[in-house]
Design a protein around this ligand. Sequence first.
Ligand SMILES: [Zn+2]
Ligand SMILES: [Zn+2]
Length: 159
Amino acid sequence: MTHGHRKRGRRKNGNQEMTTTGHCLCTKTRWEFSGSPTWSCYCHCDNCRRNCAAPVVGWMGVPLAAFRWTGDAPRTFQSSQGVFRHFCADCGSPMGFEAEHYSGDMQLYAASLADPGAFAPEFHVNYKSKLPWLTLADELPKYDGTLLHVSTSLNDQRA
Ligand SMILES: [Zn+2]
Ligand SMILES: [Zn+2]
């Protein structure tokens, strides 16, 4: 790269479309996507929480067509029927989520961004499952249901 000026884990390609990169803890498993995420949110559900052993998980959705794995291929765990969680085969870091009910999307763990500070969450889902000891002061919309419900209401707002 002769003139690539990388900043905050993002760079422009020839089409002036932003490329965003991410990686696992050991850096062997990597991903990148072009353009912007379709949505960004926090999930408070117990599955995401256990998957990351974290009190809340930040997510971004990107179209599969704009996404690719780089570096080593991840391993995949089917966490429930039709739900696939990808993780680094070496260090175990959660890396991505695909589900039959969200076909066409790759969902990415925001904390695996090359620059996690660039994440811009827009809302919360599964807020009814928020841990009582986790205190949040943001004023983002908080949905008790899953992303599927939010997608419907977001589409309603945009219609
Ligand atoms: Zn790794
Ligand atoms: Zn979740």
